[in-house]
Design a protein around this ligand. Sequence first.
Ligand SMILES: C[S@@+](CC[C@H](N)C(=O)[O-])C[C@H]1O[C@@H](n2cnc3c(N)ncnc32)[C@H](O)[C@@H]1O
Length: 239
Amino acid sequence: MKIDILTLFPEMFRGVMESSIMKKAQENQAFTYQTIDFRQYTTNKHQKVDDYPYGGGAGMVLMPQPIFSAVDAIKQSESKPPRIVLMCPQGERFTQRKAEELAKEDHLIFICGHYEGYDERIREQLVTDEISIGDFVLTGGELGAMVVIDSVVRLLPSALGNQQSAREDSFSTGLLEHPHYTRPAVFQGMEVPEILRSGHHEKIEKWRKQQSLKRTLERRPDLLEDYPLTDEEKKWLDR
Ligand SMILES: C[S@@+](CC[C@H](N)C(=O)[O-])C[C@H]1O[C@@H](n2cnc3c(N)ncnc32)[C@H](O)[C@@H]1O
């Protein structure tokens, strides 16, 4: 996968993109990325990327020209056109489903805003997706783009050592994940459930499924509305 990030603050990405699994995923050739400072694409003499809003009001608005020109420069003759993602608090709320959808693409372009927002023509003409990472307002799109990129990259084949672990994550299965325990078996008087130490794989799987359903019912009952419960699972939940 190829990822291009349009931002006025490329330095913000270095720590996240060059650490931990993101770094390993690049070493494993799961993806490549570049940041593009769209100020380089301005055609005005002072390299201005923003201007006052028509109609007045507070804040500055990103002008369309530098962003359109930067996207034109990145787009090559690809058989599959890139997904162009505008980071925006007014966009579709980001979910694991969306991460799975984007992980199937060959090329993603992220546009990170700043200041008061964007000229509306960017939204109307250029982008294929608008994504919000939640109902709150950040100072810029960079942190949001990092969140989206991180969750997409970990789904790419060869990004994680163990793909099974991504498939069993919360939301991937439609439920919250079951609890985890590791050594020691007893810590400050708190014991790891006996069943997990039994070595009985079938019973462990059943326990995990029950715990996953219980946790989802307690914390995110809304997820169960779309989850195809078996008759047995319905009985567990009733209990
Ligand atoms: C201060 S915000 C602009 C908010 C805008 N005036 C509004 O009310 O919708 C500046 C930039 O931060 C980014 N941003 C802010 N909140 C975000 C969120 N929840 N999800 C994704 N991006 C966000 C967007 O790129 C946005 O253009």
